[in-house]
Design a protein around this ligand. Structure first.
Ligand SMILES: Cc1cc2nc3c(=O)[nH]c(=O)nc-3n(C[C@H](O)[C@H](O)[C@H](O)COP(=O)(O)OP(=O)(O)OC[C@H]3O[C@@H](n4cnc5c(N)ncnc54)[C@H](O)[C@@H]3O)c2cc1C
Length: 324
């Protein structure tokens, strides 16, 4: 693989909390405020499911217009679910797609890097599984070019199949024998999952929301008092990492991920994850990444780390062997 194939490099900050994402309701003066943030490296994956939990919590007994703070994947899916339940909605966000963290995501449906096992409760785990379940079903009905969602086999460097989070996720999910793949690796698992071309996807969901009568206003909130000034009585907080300053949640930390994007290669129809990093082929480019740097706030890609990502993939694919 040649470095001249690189078409762009990016760095984004995953909204990470060791005790997992927050879906919780509280009172803010006369308003009901429902939090829906902190999804780490799994915000695309969990978007529909976590937003479903949040809207079930918030919409009960509510009447009248609804406000959603944030226009990343979480704000957009929350706004769509609010509309589907029959309520008018306005999104208020400091930045819109393509300028959100969600636009940077690699887009694999796979809950990765979002909590620490020793920091979560049984109740949270149950919430997590319910979120995966709803999202898994929802993304399946969005497969196709409109949303840029597609199925791909994934080859994962591992000695055991993935944890089977649902009876249907991930499908296939088995250890391969050496004769079944060309990678020069001792252990390889194949599972199938969905991949989201995030730029196309977010653009389309934003359009869906506007077509259904939703309003969008560019606005930054500095404190909860700013939110109290909104006319809506029900507010969903989908501000991602922004919730740290806005609501003082110091458990929320950035986990930086860096990507090198190569020229698109439509003939590549599988994904890879392993110690070399990950490779997700999308219509807008081949996404190489997999770095996870906690408490790193810079969104400027580090040339040395990008070179490292390219070198490890070059080694991986350079070592390909022929299979019988
Ligand atoms: C390199 C990388 C790769 C990733 N790969 C994957 C993957 O393969 N699969 C996966 O599932 N996830 C992946 N993720 C994780 C995913 O991108 C995040 O979990 C997800 O984007 C979080 O979405 P969000 O809507 O909560 O936040 P964001 O996308 O950050 O959106 C937050 C919104 O809130 C607004 N906002 C913030 N603060 C304020 C404020 N004070 N006032 C008004 N508006 C505010 C912002 O302007 C924005 O509109 C990846 C992340 C990175 C960085």
């Amino acid at each position: 693989m040649d470095a001249s194939r690189v078409i762009r490099t990016v760095a984004g900050l995953r909204p990470y909390r060791r005790s997992g994402f927050v879906v919780r309701a509280e009172a803010l003066g006369e308003k009901r405020l429902v939090h829906n943030y902190g999804h780490g490296g799994a915000g695309i994956t969990l978007s529909w499911g976590s937003s479903k939990l949040a809207t079930e919590l918030g919409l009960q007994g509510h009447s009248g217009p609804v406000a959603v703070l944030g226009a990343g994947v979480m704000g957009l899916s929350t706004a769509r679910l609010v509309q589907e339940a029959g309520f008018p909605v306005t999104i208020y966000a400091a930045a819109l797609p393509p300028d959100t963290t969600s636009n940077i995501a690699g887009g694999q449906f796979h809950p990765f890097g979002l909590y620490r096992e020793d920091a979560v409760t049984t109740e949270w785990k149950d919430q997590f599984r319910r979120a995966v379940d709803y999202s898994w079903q929802r993304f399946q009905i969005m497969v196709g070019d409109d949303y840029g969602v597609r199925w791909l086999p994934t080859y994962s460097e591992a000695s055991r199949p993935e944890t089977q989070l649902l009876s249907t996720f991930p499908p296939i999910n088995r250890l391969l024998s050496q004769g079944e793949h060309p990678f020069a690796l001792d252990h390889l698992v194949r599972y199938d999952t969905l991949y989201v071309e995030t730029g196309r996807y977010l653009r389309q969901v934003l359009r869906d929301m506007q077509t259904a009568g939703g309003r969008v206003e560019v606005r930054r909130f500095a404190t909860p008092a700013d939110i109290a000034g909104l006319t809506e009585k029900l507010v969903f907080n989908c501000t991602g990492l922004g919730a740290r300053d806005l609501f003082g949640d110091m458990e929320l930390r950035p986990a930086r991920g860096q990507l090198a994007v190569l020229l698109p290669q439509p003939e590549v129809r599988y994904a890879f994850t392993g110690s070399a990093g990950y490779m997700f082929p999308r219509a807008d480019g081949i996404i190489l990444g997999g770095t996870f740097e906690l408490d790193e706030w810079s969104t400027v890609p580090d040339p040395e780390m990008i070179s490292g990502i390219l070198a490890s993939h070059k080694r991986l694919f350079g070592d390909f062997r022929c299979t019988a």
